[in-house]
Design a protein around this ligand. Structure first.
Ligand code: BYC
Ligand code: FE
Ligand code: FE
Length: 475
């Protein structure tokens, strides 16, 4: 069944009404979710009417419905892609066996951990973005922020459903904890590093949605290969929403860069102080933000060699990106993969068992994908006739997880000492001054059709609406 039932208290396409106990358990989690949204979700937005997209069916044709919604009334629900009763496991030790509709006892702890880690990132991102509505550069951008926030809320629902449906009492406890941890909280932080960083301004938001939501794309794609079929079907639907989040990031950075280039050409200068005085974000600052978000995001893939990663793959819990399209034995027992380490003060590649290096494999897939968009930003700069080029830093730059943690490496990939790091870091990562400059530009633009000075308008409106469309009504 692919049509979503919106008459239930919890919209769903999983026949929730047939399992009264489960339905009641989720209905008792629901008010806690709404309380969390009020407490940690978009600040002061409860009464706004927002032009949002809501899913009406998981088929590509029936996907989107647009209309004004107050966010606390958004119909968060539980949606899965249709199943295939004959689906087979296509990698790992269980290759060829029937996919699981329930959790095998021996994989319960690992599956729960993966689902909890995935679920934890969703509300974390909403918390990180909670103040951004106060400084949106336009109604168009404000609406996109809110669209992403409600969808990340729905991604939390997706993981909570799996916890309630398949993990009994511990699943229900984990679901509660997902509403209790808070991004950046000293005593009870979110699980993964990047989700405890601040997203204080809109340049950070666009970098986050470009890079960090793309970690979402790759992790969800790996989970959509899972032998645990409910996880595979759920993540497949989540992936359809992820594309818009990355679009907001890519087009957002592109619009920032385009505006800076316009002003560089008008004033015929690349002088940072002059450009800042003219109210646009200089390209070296854009590069430092890029370096920061890229490096904290590639840490999210975990250690370069991980026995967890090997176990997740061999037991069929988590595949590779596009596992089904790869031409190998899908067991990987005797293959190797290149990982980095430091020898005699230099980064060198060494062969590691492929199974243990699967976090690195996924990180490299992510890197290839993210570089493509950076190339598109560079075309904007090139078209403007400006010599500057953005680039991603070396994979070993500013890492905190795995073999490279604690080693100081320049963006070009040179191993350096503590003194060289101190001398270089203000050119490589956003400084307090950069951040306060960017913050100083963040006003609030709410007149339909108007945009802040530091960003260009988008190429087209949401759902082909005109540029001066009232995407958010404040009441
Ligand atoms: N920060 O053996 P390792 C998204 C921990 S984003 C802090 O490499 P493993 C979204 C690790 O937990 C997608 N800790 O671990 C985007 C382990 O801890 P223990 C999120 C970290 O398990 C935007 C230890 O270090 N989904 O959806 O191989 C907006 C050793 O590491 C970090 C997933 O991540 C870190 N960065 O790999 C909204 C998928 N990295 O056991 C949403 C599910 C590692 O020593 N998660 N550690 O206590 C996984 O598949 C794996 O847990 C990881 C880690 C790939 C994250
Ligand atoms: Fe998400
Ligand atoms: Fe996302």
């Amino acid at each position: 069944m692919s049509t979503m039932n919106y008459s239930d208290k919890i919209p769903n396409n999983v026949n929730l009404a047939e399992d009264r106990t489960l339905q009641r358990a989720l209905e008792s989690w629901q008010p806690n979710f709404i309380d969390w949204w009020g407490d940690a979700g978009p600040e002061g937005s409860g009464n706004f009417d927002v032009y949002l997209r809501t899913a009406t069916s998981v088929d590509p044709q029936g996907w989107a419905h647009f209309g004004y919604v107050k966010m606390p009334d958004y119909r968060w629900g539980i949606f899965m892609n249709p199943g295939d009763a004959d689906r087979r496991i296509h990698f790992g030790d269980h290759l060829g066996e029937k996919a699981w509709t329930d959790v095998p006892g021996e994989h319960r702890a690992n599956l729960r951990r993966i689902i909890v880690t995935q679920g934890d990132t969703e509300p974390a991102s909403v918390e990180q973005q909670r103040h951004l509505g106060l400084t949106a550069p336009s109604l168009y951008d404000l609406r996109n922020l809110f669209q992403i926030n409600v969808e990340e809320g729905r991604h939390l629902w997706a993981m909570v459903y799996l916890l309630h449906r398949h993990f009994g009492r511990d699943g229900r406890e984990e679901a509660e904890e997902l509403l209790v941890r808070r991004s950046g909280d000293e005593n009870n932080p979110r699980i993964l590093g990047a989700f405890n960083e601040r997203t204080p301004d809109w340049l950070a938001f666009f970098m986050f949605t470009y890079f960090t939501d793309r970690d979402g794309k790759f992790q969800l794609a790996a989970l959509s290969e899972s032998a645990f079929d409910p996880l595979a079907r759920t993540t497949r639907f989540m992936l359809t929403e992820e594309a818009h989040h990355m679009f907001v990031g890519e087009s957002g950075v592109s619009r920032v860069v385009a505006r800076t280039c316009q002003v560089m050409n008008e004033l015929k200068t690349d002088d940072v102080a002059t450009l800042r005085a003219a109210g646009v974000i200089d390209l070296p600052t854009v590069q430092r933000y890029l370096n920061f978000h890229y490096s904290v995001t590639i840490d999210l893939f975990g250690a370069d060699q991980s026995s967890n990663a090997a176990a997740f793959y061999s037991s069929g819990l988590k595949g590779r990106y596009e596992e089904g399209k790869r031409q190998d034995d899908h067991r990987l027992k005797s293959q190797t993969y290149k990982v980095l380490e430091v020898q005699n003060g230099q980064l060198v590649e060494k062969e590691a068992p492929m199974l243990n290096a699967l976090n690195e494999v996924l990180r490299d897939d992510f890197i290839r994908d993210s570089v493509a968009g950076v190339g598109r930003w560079n075309r904007v700069i090139e078209k403007a006739g400006i010599a500057f080029r953005l680039s991603v830093p070396h994979k070993a730059f500013h890492r905190n997880i795995g073999t490279l943690a604690g080693i100081k490496v320049s963006p070009e990939g040179k191993v350096i000492d503590a003194a060289q790091w101190e001398a270089g870091k203000d050119q490589w990562l956003p400084t307090a001054e950069d951040r306060s400059f960017v913050a100083s530009l963040m006003g609030r633009v709410v007149e339909p059709g108007k945009f802040a000075n530091w960003i260009t308008p988008p190429a087209i409106g949401i759902n082909r609406q005109p540029m001066d469309f009232e995407y958010v009504r404040f009441n």
